[in-house]
Ligand binder design. Structure first.
Ligand code: ZN
Ligand code: ZN
Ligand code: ZN
Length: 130
């Protein structure tokens, strides 16, 4: 049983993962390093730049546990479950990421996967084939 590949991945139910939120970005505590203060409030690796100056401690116990957990994606509508260590990459390519419309005079925020649709609907981008 000392083969690390045998590590089970635990599916964490939603009501449970909600407890593991970063107090800064409100994202899941799924990107290391996780830093926790004495009050048990934690900051995720995405907000790492905020914790460098404070001598709070890295929560290695939590990180060890999170390594075998399967987190939901930070983007609400995304159905993916992501393993520890793959989260940062996933968030860069996730089709459920919200992005500002790249058209200059448009200030809508759309899901990456609906961007083309948005161009058809709002910018007369060619005509949607019927
Ligand atoms: Zn954060
Ligand atoms: Zn996603
Ligand atoms: Zn637009």
């Amino acid at each position: 049983m000392d083969d690390l590949k045998l590590e089970a991945i635990i599916y964490v139910p939603f009501n449970f993962t909600e407890m593991f939120r970063c107090i800064v970005c409100k994202g899941y505590l799924s990107v290391p390093p996780i830093v926790s203060g004495n009050n048990g409030r934690s900051v995720c690796g995405r907000c790492d730049f905020l914790t460098h100056n404070k001598l709070e401690r890295r929560n290695t116990i939590y990180e060890g546990m999170a390594r075998i957990m399967d987190f939901p994606c930070n983007f609400n509508k995304c159905p993916s479950r992501i393993h520890w260590g793959e989260v940062e990459h996933h968030e860069k390519v996730c089709l459920y990421r919200e992005i500002p419309c790249p058209k200059n005079d448009c200030n809508r925020v759309v899901l990456l996967r609906e961007l083309v649709l948005h161009f058809y609907d709002c910018h007369d981008f060619e005509r949607r084939p019927r």
